[in-house]
Design a protein around this ligand. Structure first.
Ligand code: ZN
Length: 115
């Protein structure tokens, strides 16, 4: 016994795209929130030299919003590239030493606009 539309999309009740169960039976957790990442070319990074305690020089990168960038990952790449230490401080990256020129080149190479 086959119904007219058996096996076509018109015959199927809605199912979950993730687990394939009927929506009424689905127990999938809510979809994780994916933060949209901003394109580097649409952002302007500001790179500045600052003096901290005891005359220590640091290089500060600002202008890249944390919501649109993976700042910890960017910092890791920067540190590896420069061979120096640094931290994420809110929405800024703080690199040890006077690295302005090298940081600017790194960010420009990564596609960011740099000021
Ligand atoms: Zn599901």
């Amino acid at each position: 016994m086959s119904r007219l539309f058996s096996g076509t999309v018109w015959d199927r009740p809605p199912t979950c795209v993730r687990c394939g169960r009927l929506e009424a039976e689905c127990q999938c957790p809510p979809a994780p929130v994916v933060r949209p990442q901003l394109e580097p070319a649409k952002q302007t990074a500001r790179v500045a030299r600052e003096k901290r305690q005891k005359g220590k020089q640091v290089t500060v990168v600002s202008g890249l919003p944390a919501a649109g960038n993976d700042l910890p990952a960017l910092l890791t790449k920067l540190k590896n590239s420069l061979g120096t230490g640094g931290t994420v401080d809110g929405e800024t990256l703080v690199i040890q030493g006077d690295q302005v020129d090298r940081v600017k080149k790194f960010l420009a190479d990564a596609g960011y606009r740099v000021k």
